[in-house]
Design a binder for this molecule. Structure first.
Ligand SMILES: NC(=O)c1ccc[n+]([C@@H]2O[C@H](COP(=O)([O-])OP(=O)(O)OC[C@H]3O[C@@H](n4cnc5c(N)ncnc54)[C@H](OP(=O)(O)O)[C@@H]3O)[C@@H](O)[C@H]2O)c1
Length: 188
């Protein structure tokens, strides 16, 4: 980066109550097709409720995703990111693999692409990539949607940090499907 960071790093992700973003085999059906359980308390929007996906996407112009997330997205059968610039972190993908994305080999290369694109809002997605961005202090806000399920294992959302990271709670909402969405900003 040539100067002070000009963009905000944002996480918007679904997670099991025990902290996994996918099963070990990458499965996320527990998130996209939760069982229909009429017993959840009715959803409510608290003060300053977190944005939903569509409203959140309006606030970002770039995405940085890991190869694991990229390969999952390819199975969807449609490209969910429209014209937003997508950077895929990967040491293995060929650089000319897919004209819809820029492949970056490491964090400095990602920062170069974001700089060149005059990024303002950056959606950071994928467990390992989120962990790396947190360690590098490149995340400013998080919207975490907790699904009412314990998976007992899988790919974790969070990992090791050099020191505690304090968060400020900005709002919570719940849905009829038992999801609890919490918005935090990183306290600085
Ligand atoms: N619950 C949700 O809302 C949610 C959201 C997003 C994703 N997911 C799921 O999470 C799974 C993927 O998560 P994940 O934690 O395995 O992976 P990820 O962060 O998406 O991707 C990990 C890969 O990114 C590359 N990478 C990461 N850091 C790098 C670095 N510093 N330099 C170079 N390359 C780097 C590596 O690819 P190479 O091996 O090519 O180097 C690594 O194997 C998928 O199953 C996806 O469906 C769930």
């Amino acid at each position: 980066m040539s100067g002070p960071r000009t963009w905000r790093g944002k996480v918007f992700i679904g997670v099991s109550l025990d902290g996994y973003i996918a099963r070990s085999d990458g499965g996320i059906e527990w998130l996209s097709d939760p069982p229909d359980d009429p017993g959840h308390v009715p959803g409510h929007r608290g003060p300053n409720p977190p944005a939903g996906y569509e409203d959140f996407m309006v606030t970002v112009d770039h995405l940085v995703i890991g190869r694991g997330t990229y390969e999952k997205v390819l199975t969807f059968g449609f490209w969910p990111y429209g014209a937003k610039q997508v950077v895929v972190l990967s040491t293995t993908l060929a650089r000319d693999h897919d004209e819809r994305v820029a492949v970056a080999r490491n964090l400095p290369e990602v920062l170069g692409v974001l700089d060149d694109g005059a990024a303002k809002g950056v959606y950071v997605d994928g467990g390992r990539v989120i962990q790396e961005f947190l360690r590098a202090d490149l995340i400013d806000e998080l919207i975490i949607s907790i699904a009412p399920v314990l998976l007992g294992g899988g790919l974790p959302l969070f990992g090791r940090l050099a020191s505690d990271m304090r968060l400020t709670h900005k709002g919570t909402s719940t849905s009829d499907t038992g999801m609890t969405s919490i918005r935090y900003i990183v306290t600085r």
